[in-house]
Design a protein around this ligand. Structure first.
Ligand code: AMP
Ligand code: GLY
Length: 424
């Protein structure tokens, strides 16, 4: 039985811990820092995901057998390199490979070098030049902070005045700190979005079942972007023909390009795609599992997770079975706090009765046996069924049974997919 170090605290980490327990081949799972709702599957340890020194010390003292690093920040900071250097095998890319997510400028230039389809763009580190460029843009355009910004660094602006304000906020007022000192200005892409995640060991690539996130806070894709309000899988817009195009024109060149640049990527590569009328194009790379994507992907994974994770590190991905259910669909509904992603109250008691959906806690703390809200996204409800419609009915039915003050969730998760499938 292997003892596992699991870095992070969200619904994604809850889904990973749930899957490892379901597979039944792990000992203690230490979640750093974890969350109160995880205490049934994990041992929570109050060490932050970016406290690299404390993490290394803990991992060595407790002689963990394997580490799973899923949040973006510690990956970009090089936690995997540090753990590997002290002899702890890890799931996750090195710091240099994580640059695919850590710097949007790097990712865009990388795609240009390897002829990978993406939105046309310009990069600016000088505010005056960025502002001058706005005069020649056709609107709307997309403005992106170069570095990590808690998923909030992307703005779609309708005209030059809004773009000017946004550039000033990022480059002058440093709204996203150093992350916004360099900005990417890019063409707006249109079409259905697909989250394409794959396992890779730096050479071999195995695609996971695709999914569709719902990033905006409001129904009908309105209001600000969030970490993700719900997800469905498989994504019905992703046809076998599109899958072949993506493998050939996006995944293979990405993995071989990274290898040839000395940044061999191992772990989970997440490609955010837009299926435009000119074919699939990359919106963004993430160097990790998505949240809530993981909450629909792992319930559909029939193979054991840990051997796959180990194979990504050992270069043996071609030798492990990776089988996803072919006849089931999955849905995840995120229950958030009213006011998220801007401002919201916390510490309201949560009541979760027994239910059929799996509960993946994210913003929950536990005190004397009681659960309280402790974050913007409070929990995810996940279900699988023979049809997407049934899976959605189950999570929506169970969402009503959970009570806490300020409970908010979108009412239209999966609607576009149901329309596409003709199941609505
Ligand atoms: P990101 O933070 O890079 O995940 O982007 C957040 C969201 O912004 C994406 O999921 C898209 O919905 C949207 N987005 C990013 N880039 C573009 C683009 N070039 N065109 C249209 N939408 C975009
Ligand atoms: N759900 C989007 C992300 O994990 O970045």
């Amino acid at each position: 039985m292997k003892d596992i170090l699991l870095i992070g605290s969200g619904g994604r980490e809850a889904a990973i811990a749930w899957k490892l327990r379901k597979d039944g081949d792990v000992g203690t799972i230490y979640a750093l820092p974890g969350n109160g709702g995880l205490s049934e599957t994990c041992t929570n340890v109050p060490i932050g995901a970016t406290d690299l020194e404390a993490i290394i010390k803990f991992a060595r003292t407790h002689k963990v057998d394997f580490a799973i690093v899923t949040p973006d920040n510690p990956l970009v900071m090089g936690l995997v390199d540090r753990l590997e250097a002290v002899g702890i095998p890890c799931f996750g890319p090195s710091g240099t490979a994580a640059m695919l997510e850590g710097s949007k400028a790097f990712a865009k230039n990388f795609m240009k070098r390897w002829d990978i389809p993406t939105a046309s763009y310009e990069i600016f580190s000088d505010e005056g030049q960025a502002l001058d460029f706005l005069a020649s843009c056709s609107y709307p355009v997309v403005l992106k902070a170069n570095g990590l910004a808690f998923g909030k660094g992307v703005s779609i602006v309708q005209d030059k005045d809004a773009a000017t304000m946004c550039i000033k906020e990022m480059m002058e007022n440093l709204k996203f700190g150093q992350s916004g000192q360099t900005v990417v200005i890019e063409e707006l892409l249109e079409g259905p979005e697909v989250s394409l995640l794959c396992f890779t060991d730096g050479t071999h690539i195995k695609e996971m079942v695709t999914s569709m996130d719902h990033k905006r806070i409001g129904d009908g894709d309105t209001g600000p972007n969030t970490g993700g309000m719900g997800c469905i899988a498989p994504n019905p817009f992703y046809t076998p023909q599109i899958a072949r195009t993506c493998r050939e024109k996006i995944l293979l060149p990405t993995i071989t390009g990274m290898q040839k640049e000395g940044r061999s990527f191992k772990g989970c590569l997440y490609v955010g795609l837009m299926l435009t009328k000119d074919g699939p194009k990359v919106i963004e790379y993430n160097c990790r599992f998505g949240d809530p994507e993981t909450q629909v992907i792992l319930p559909l994974l029939e193979s054991k997770l840990l051997p796959i994770m180990e194979a990504t590190r050992n270069g043996t991905l071609d030798r492990v079975p990776i089988i996803f259910s072919t006849n089931r669909s999955a849905a995840c509904l995120v229950l958030a706090n009213n006011g998220y992603p801007i401002s919201f109250e916390k510490h309201k008691e949560i009541n979760i009765p027994k239910m059929k959906s799996v509960v993946f806690p994210s913003g929950i703390c536990k005190e004397e046996g009681h659960c309280y809200t402790d974050g913007g996204r409070v929990l995810g409800l996940a279900a699988t069924a023979l049809t997407l419609k049934e899976a959605l009915q189950q999570v929506y039915g169970d969402a009503e049974k959970i009570s806490f003050e300020g409970k908010y969730y979108r009412r239209d998760i999966g609607q576009k997919a149901l329309e596409k499938l003709g199941e609505n």
